[in-house]
Design a protein around this ligand. Structure first.
Ligand SMILES: [Zn+2]
Length: 434
């Protein structure tokens, strides 16, 4: 979701000059620098997922960028080369975490769990990287624990500040971390949810966490788990803002390269299946590596996450999923069904553009975020309206684009069942909900 990243151009270890990339040469791995010549999945050309279109720009040209994901044959980091400058994506960002109720609740439980496990108090210091509108830090603030948010989107940071959450507007990396450590001190807990996957310069980002962390401190990071992405056909979680697709073994290797040891991991249901990793300084002997971490490492190895062939099968799997989704929707339209969408999330953009689903299938979509209402989905130009429109037009089907929030959405929209309306979930395979 919202990310944090360091300056464009500081691609440590990329091994490829801009001129080489301009000539179409294969880019370098953002972690180890090896040439990236193996394809994970090629989703064609796609517009930026958060660039919702104003009505007056509907007749203008729109930039599309390649959505061709590679896998490094040396370190197995699955990654999207940096086709778009991060500053073009994140300076004004329309994603406000607080618009998803279940996500705010997830954050509340996280804060309670961290306070108990690591005995955080009024003497502690918590830093969240990519702190968004303060949806997470507000729970630490309520408990009297000093916090600092680091958030690159100024419009979102100002919302956090209005809530009384101290926030620095910058991209996290070595330079920002050194400055923050000098000004505020080092952190007992560095948190980052759905940011690690969104940084183009992952070396600078992880090195920055090392600088920001107290000697006995803990880093936690949550990110979608590559194993679930592959098992569940979650190709729609691939978009330009999402640079890395992470397994435990690869993250462990990247952190180790920067003097950080993963000592525990939890598997979470969020975003279709995420990992929450716990890291400490490699020198900190007070936190032994858990059996959960050992077991997950062994499982990923057994599943082939350190063999290139394992990744080569995904491209065809995604093409088959596209055919299934289109078959399903074409069948409904042949019967004369009226279909509305729910949500205008990043993942919806990839799904709609890759499958070629526009207003020929979906009359409109709705979103609770007023930033998006009145605009149009990028590339496919489906109108984004307020949720009330569903009650007014009584569609036969509602296609749920943020399928990770299906339970929350079907509860909010339970009223569609009154006129026989039904819900469609597109991933892992298109299906109607009972
Ligand atoms: Zn690599």
């Amino acid at each position: 979701m919202l990310s944090d990243r360091s300056e464009r151009g500081a691609m440590a270890g990329s091994g490829t000059s801009p001129a080489q990339r301009a000539n179409g040469a294969a880019p370098g791995c953002r972690f180890c620098g090896a040439v990236l010549d193996a394809t994970f999945v090629d989703l064609g050309m796609s517009p930026l997922c958060q660039t919702h279109i104003d009505a007056e720009r509907l007749n203008h040209m729109e930039p599309f960028y390649p959505l061709h994901v590679r896998v490094c044959g040396r370190c197995f980091l699955v990654q999207l080369p940096e086709y778009v400058a991060p500053a073009d994506i994140f300076s004004e960002y329309a994603y406000f975490s607080s618009y998803a109720d279940s996500w705010v609740e997830h954050a509340r439980r996280y804060c309670e769990s961290m306070r108990r496990r690591f005995a955080l108090s009024r003497e502690s210091f918590v830093v969240e990287i990519a702190s968004n509108d303060g949806y997470l830090l507000q729970h630490f603030v309520a408990a009297g624990i000093p916090v600092l948010g680091v958030e690159p989107a100024a419009n979102i940071a100002s919302v956090a500040r209005e809530r009384g959450i101290r926030t620095e507007v910058c991209f996290h990396g070595r330079a920002a971390a050194a400055r923050i450590a000098a000004q505020y001190g080092k952190a007992d807990l560095v948190a980052g949810n759905n940011v690690l996957a969104h940084v183009p310069d992952i070396n600078d980002f992880v090195a920055g966490m090392k600088l920001l962390l107290k000697p006995g401190g803990v880093v936690t990071m949550e990110f979608p788990h590559l194993q679930r992405l592959m098992e569940q056909n979650q190709f729609d979680t691939i978009y330009h803002e999402h640079f890395s697709y992470l397994s435990f073994v690869v993250v462990e290797r990247i952190f180790a390269a920067h003097g950080l040891t993963l000592f525990d991991v939890e598997e979470l249901p969020t975003h279709g299946g995420s990992l929450r990793i716990y890291a400490r300084h490699a020198e900190d002997g007070s936190k032994p590596v858990s059996t959960r971490a050992d077991a997950l490492r062994e499982r990923e190895r057994a599943l082939g996450f350190e063999q290139l062939e394992t990744y080569g099968r995904f491209d065809e799997q995604v093409k088959a999923t596209k055919r299934n989704i289109l078959d399903f929707l074409i069948g409904l339209k042949r019967e004369g069904a009226r279909i509305a969408g729910y949500g205008a999330p990043g993942k919806g953009n990839t799904l709609l553009n890759y499958c070629g689903i526009g207003t020929d299938f979906i009359d409109y979509t709705v979103d609770r975020n007023p930033y998006k209402q009145g605009k149009y989905t990028p590339g496919t130009h489906i109108p984004i309206l307020a949720p009330e429109r569903i009650r007014e037009t009584r569609p036969d089907y509602v296609l749920i684009l943020p399928w990770n929030l299906t339970a929350e959405i079907t509860e909010q929209l339970d009223f569609v069942r009154a006129w026989g309306g039904r819900f469609i979930v597109p991933i892992p395979e298109p299906r109607l909900l009972a």
